[in-house]
Design a protein. Structure first.
Length: 82
């Protein structure tokens, strides 16, 4: 299913803008991004699933930077679920 929704120009500006002083923003480091793309061979649903598991794992570890180790934890959780 595909849903199209036009985003007005004013909203696009808000989405694209990011305040670098926001220390609560979560970021994926280079190693995490490589691992996320390597494992599912670029399959979008798997990339989303891995990222969705990595975010709460980062919260548990009390970090705002998701690294390769946290992605590995997320992958292990996904493998357990099957």
């Amino acid at each position: 299913m595909l849903i199209k929704y036009p985003i007005p120009a004013a909203e696009k500006t808000k989405v694209a803008w990011q305040d670098d002083s926001d220390h609560s923003a979560v970021r994926f480091d280079y190693g995490a991004v490589r691992e996320i793309f390597r494992y599912p061979n670029g399959t979008p649903r798997m990339i989303n699933a891995i990222s969705d598991k990595a975010l709460p794992a980062g919260y548990v570890y009390r970090t705002t930077t998701i690294d390769r180790g946290i992605v590995q934890v997320a992958l292990n959780e996904l493998k357990e679920v099957g």
